[in-house]
Structure formats: structure tokens, C-alpha cells
Design a protein around this ligand. Sequence first.
Ligand code: DQQ
Length: 497
Amino acid sequence: MTHDGPTSTEHSEARDLAELAWTDRHRPRFHFLSPGGWLNDPNGLTHWNGTYHLFYQYNPDAAVHANIHWGHATSTDLVHWSDEPIALTPGDGPDADGCWSGILVNHNGTPTIVYSGSRDGRQLPCLATGDPELRTWRKDPANPVIPEPPSDLPLVAFRDHCVWSENGLWHQLIGAGIRGVGGAALLYTSRDLRSWQYHGPLHTGDAGAHHPVWTGTMWECVDLFPLADRHVLVLSAWDNGTTHHPVYYTGRYADTRFTADPPALLDYGKRYFYAPQSMRDDIGRRIMFGWIQEGRSKAAAVQAGWSGVMSLPRQVSLDTTGHLRLAPVAEVASLRGARASTPAHQLTAGDTIWLENVHGDQLDIEARITIGEGASVELAIRSTPDGAERTVLVLDRANQELRLDRSASSRQPDLDTTPLRGHLPMDTDGTVSLRILVDHSVVEVFANGRALTARVYPTRADALGVTIAATGGSARLHHLDAWTMTDIWTAPRALRP
Ligand code: DQQ
């Protein structure tokens, strides 16, 4: 579809917002984010004729979740992105209040977006078709293509889409919540993406069950995909307006039936990796992006001129226990600049080592550590020389746990400092392979395949140090390599490219 170009006043305001965002020292420099304003979910992920397309929930006018458009960017390497024209803008029909999340499929050669049109507090499935370059989009005159949610269920909400082709039929899951039951993925089929037949829930959660992980009262952004010999269902657990955390089930899917193992938390940072969506790329990788939310107040985001970051692209695989393994795609390493290596080292309890040559707020750190019985390793990042501000990652062997302690990350009040934690599977000898990506306020940790994402906002400009210590026992640092990461942005970008 097309939209009228902005007026000259809008242009100058827009420029101000992007320039304001550009000057914020908490703004990441090697992650994808919107030019300014608001970003939330990744949408419409696809690898189309050799180009990666990343669409996203975008408000180009303010750093608040309102008036949601579909922003669009393309890449050939998953790390450097070019802004494309905004793909979808709220209209005067069923998406008058926003073009909410959805996906993109190839319908007989026509790129087709299935998204949730939002109006008057309800969301309904809508379509838009694109030109061969995926640059201009035309909304379907028949929108909404499903005019009502199923009438036989007391639904809390009904939105977001996962669409795939199976045996010549389009299949669609729509996220929902069934009052008194829990979240649900509702199944539909269609021959033409326009006329849909409802088949009931493919899978349902239990809102009363809190172990091993709570699945919320409604499921946002359901995503079902094959992985090795299994299928994975990813969802984002939502409850009464609160975005909680991403969850996955692994299981078997056949003949529109899904039998799953118990659910698990996808990222221990919870809402800091929310609404993930995945795609299979041309070389067969399952690649996932998630929305990294802010950890500072809404007012602080508005003042900064921007809110929300896309995670680095993650490759998803299955481990031998049926759990997901997440790791940044190999291309992320192409952003590595100067390297500093710390040689093998025996850490004794109580010692803290300053990694003198590892320094910065744009880092990729890789380490292999064997943690002795009863010991924990504490790796601090964004540390001031006096340690007054520091963010501490704890690898706890006795409890087989990965933790992030943000209690001293910043002296600024009004920040989220909730402790984050999750199970850290270890070999019997206590070895952990660790990767930490620090990009100003963003921290993405991968430890033995488990992910923990978070935000930190140190106040001090010298919060750049890295230390490592062992407590309660000893540990062996086999190696630690750190690279300074290169910026992917060189100047403020146009809010409406
Ligand atoms: N964000 C979208 C919804 C989705 C939610 C609206 C998840 O479609 O349910 O911006 O963050």
C-alpha cells in the first residue's frame, strides 16, 4: 500500500526524534533498532531471493506503543541493515488503531502479509500483498479476512499469526486466551489465504500451572516450526496487559495434532526477549529474533526519543535432551574488531581478576570455564574501576544456575533490577562455554546454549571494565577472548525512509 508523504513539519519533527535517539549513550550500536520512536515485535521474517527481510512493529512518531506501523529493513548478511519504506500504516478500516503482528508468506509467487488489524480494542486477521521487491504493499479489500473470533469459546484475546503450507493447504495458528483455561493456539486452514475454516485449538496452556513455567492467560505471537525430527511451538505468555516471557514446547506434530513435552522458558531474561518470531533461511537454518524491551521508565524512553531493540539473530537448534539451544548466528562475528585474549588461568576462591585489556561497552566476549565443585564464577561487565557500578553474571555449579545480578548496574533509581535466573546445564566436570554480547544498554548472554537477555543503564562513563572471580571454590579459565564490536550505524536515519 502507499501512504501520503509526510508534510514538511512532520519531516523536521521526525528528524528531531531520530537525532535525539542517536545521541543517547544507552543506545545500542550493533543491534538493529528503529530509526527513532518505538519498536516492538519482529514481524514478517523471510529470506526472499537471497535477501533477509525484517519487518517490525513501529511507531515513527513517538517512543510509545501506539499507532503501530510495520517498519521494514533488509540485509544480505543479517547484521548490516538497510531501511526500506514503511510497509503498513494504520488506515481507516479494520486496522485504524494499528497494524499489529504477523508474518509473510509466498502465495504462488506473491509476497503476502497476514497481520492483525487492530480497531476498537479488537484484533482481526488482515492481508496485504506486495510487489516483487517487497517494497510497496496493498491491503486486501476483503479485510478482515476472518471477520470474528470463533464463537464457541470465551476468548480473552485473539491475535498474531503463524502461517505455513501443508499438503497444498494453508494452515494458520492464531494466538488466543480461553477464559478460565489458559493460552491457546487456534488452528485454521484455507486454500487461498482469504477464506478460512476453523478447526479448534491445536494446543492449549493451563493458566493454573506455574511449573515448570507459567504459560500465562493468553498466548501472543505463536510460532510453530519443524526442528530436527520434532516440532517446536513458541509463544509469548501474556496476562491482563502484562507481557511476561517467551515459552516453548517441543513435541510431535502430525495431521494437525501436536503432542508436546512440558513447556520451558525460552530466555531467562523473560520480557527482555519477548514476542520472538523465526524463519528458515535458504541454507536451512532456523533463525529467531526477539524484541528486547526497555528496563527504564516509559518517561525516560520518551525523553530519549526511542524505545525497543531487536535481539541479534539467533540460530535455534535442539540439544540431546529436547531443549532448545540458542546462539548468535555466525555472521555476528563479522562485526568483531580488535581482539584481546586472556590466557588460561587458575582462579582461586576470593580472587578477583581485572581483565586489563578487555574494556568497553561494545563487546563480544567468549570464554570456556571449568567450575570446581561447590564454586561459582562471577563475571562482571560494565564495571567502574571502583566497582560501584557493575553488572554481575553468576555461573553457579552447585545449583546448576545462571544468574544476572543488576542490583549494582546503575545508581540511577527507577530502573528494573529484578534478578534474572535459569537452569544452566553443565557437563559432569562443570565446564561452561560462554558468550556475552554487550551493546551499551543491551546484554545478551549464551551459556551452554541457554540464553539470558537484559538491559542495564550505568550512569558512569567509566563503567567499561570486565572482571572475573571465583567464590566458594576454584575454577579454571581455559581462555577468554574479547572483541570490540563495530557500529552498524553511521548516522541518524530517516524515520520514514
Ligand atoms: N505486540 C503486537 C501484538 C502482539 C504484541 C502489538 C506482542 O500483535 O500480541 O504491537 O508484543
